[in-house]
Structure formats: structure tokens, C-alpha cells
Design a protein around this ligand. Structure first.
Ligand code: ADP
Ligand code: MG
Length: 219
């Protein structure tokens, strides 16, 4: 990470975004068994496997890559996820990174406000593709509060450090709040009321994405 310190408008570079993705990969591997176990309760026991395969493929693609800009990097990530993951999560995360990159554009770095708005474009892609609303017990339930928290910090003049740590905490709270919910989207919805009292696996992996973001850009 660069010398961001407490400068409110410090930018994140494409190289640092690669560092974030590396951290996400590492967290997915570390939590692979748990993600799969969550999916075994309300799905088909493959979420950890899907995410590990997808992010493993991304790491291979990124190895030795020197992206010209943020969009090129995130487009590569997106296409790799779209082509390497069979489950619902592949197209959803793939669309997230595709829209995120497109919104960021062909730039070398993003200031916190640009990062937040590009992430929100990623959310819009997930919603367009999967039609989930907050409360449907999906990855959206971790992503929406994280982005809302980030926007609030930035709007109030907070720095990147505060924005990403607040987003991380909000994502974790959103993940935890999926436990009592009845699933209305994806495989878990087939279980109806029986999907309650289990944490959503996609919300758990999305919270890891924000753990990785905070680890890369805070402190
Ligand atoms: P699959 O359900 O095809 O086995 P995964 O197990 O990899 O795929 O991913 C399951 C996760 O995907 C769920 O826990 C949920 O968070 C997310 N998900 C499923 N359908 C949707 C949807 N329509 N919108 C948003 N997220 C979804
Ligand atoms: Mg599954």
C-alpha cells in the first residue's frame, strides 16, 4: 500500500487493487471449507470450491500482468470469473467486477469517491443480473450496507482508511444479519422457511472481499 496516511483524497492505484485481489484470494482459500459448509446447509455445498477455483484462476491470470489501467485489470478479473466458475456466484461476481471496471474507466488510480461509485456500479450489475433486493438473503445483503457505509464516510469528508474499515464492519454486520432471513433468491430459496437460521454463503464471501479491502487500504 502507498503512503496514504490521513490524506482524504489519497488515490488507490491499479497495483494496489491487485494487492486487494490477492488478499481476497488468500482469504477465500483460508475460508474455503467454511464457505462450502455454509452452502451445504442451504445450497449444494460448492460455494467455497467455486470461489477458490475462480480466484485461483484470477491469480494465475494476474501473475506477471502489468495492467495499463483499472478497467483493464478488472475486466480481466471479470472475464476469468465468468469463464471459470460454474455456480451462480461466478456470473454475479464476474458482473460485479465488469461493471466496477467499466465505471472506473481507463484510469491509473481512483480517489475514494471514485472507488465508492465504481463499486456501486458493480452492485448495480449484480442486481441487474440476479434481481436480488436487500433482505433476500444473498451477497447483496453484505454489499449494500458496505457501500452505504463507505458513501457516508466519504460524504462526511472521512479518509480512505475510515471508509474501508467502516465498510468492512458494515459488510460483516450485513453478513451476520442474513442468518434469520428466509432466502428469496438462488438455490437457498428452494428451501423456503428452512433456509432461516443459516448464514448466506455469498454474503460471507462478500464480507471477505471487504476484509481484504480494509487490509489492503487501511492502516
Ligand atoms: P450456486 O448457488 O449456483 O451453487 P454458489 O454456491 O457459488 O452458486 O453461490 C451461492 C450464493 O450466490 C448465495 O449464497 C447467494 O449469496 C448468491 N446468489 C445466488 N443467487 C443470487 C441472486 N439472484 N442475486 C444475488 N446473489 C445470489
Ligand atoms: Mg452452491
Amino acid at each position: 500500500m502507498g503512503n496514504i496516511g490521513n490524506v482524504p483524497n489519497a488515490a488507490v492505484t491499479a497495483e494496489e487493487l491487485m494487492g486487494w485481489l490477492r488478499r481476497f484470494h488468500d482469504l477465500v482459500i483460508k475460508n474455503q471449507a467454511e464457505l462450502t459448509q455454509l452452502d451445504s446447509a442451504i445450497g449444494d455445498a460448492d460455494h467455497g470450491i467455486n470461489m477458490a477455483r475462480g480466484m485461483g484462476a484470477v491469480m494465475q491470470k494476474l501473475d506477471g500482468m502489468h495492467p495499463a489501467d483499472v478497467n483493464e485489470l478488472l475486466k480481466t478479473v471479470a472475464m476469468t470469473l465468468l469463464t471459470s466458475v460454474g455456480g451462480a456466484s461466478g456470473p454475479l461476481y464476474g458482473t460485479f467486477f465488469l461493471r466496477f471496471g467499466r465505471a472506473a474507466g481507463s484510469v491509473r488510480e481512483l480517489d475514494p469517491a471514485a472507488l465508492a461509485s465504481a463499486l456501486r456500479a458493480g452492485l448495480a450489475g449484480i442486481v441487474e443480473r440476479g434481481k436480488a433486493e436487500p433482505g433476500d438473503k444473498t451477497m447483496v445483503d453484505a454489499l449494500v450496507p458496505a457501500l452505504d457505509a463507505m458513501d457516508t464516510v466519504i460524504k462526511n469528508g472521512g479518509d480512505l482508511d475510515t471508509a474501508v474499515t467502516t465498510a468492512r464492519d458494515a459488510a460483516a454486520a450485513g453478513r451476520d444479519a442474513t442468518v434469520p432471513l428466509v432466502a428469496r433468491k438462488g438455490r437457498a430459496s428452494y428451501l423456503g422457511e428452512r433456509s432461516a437460521n443459516h448464514m448466506d454463503p455469498g454474503a460471507a464471501s462478500m464480507a471477505l472481499l471487504f476484509d481484504a479491502l480494509a487490509a489492503e487500504f487501511a492502516g
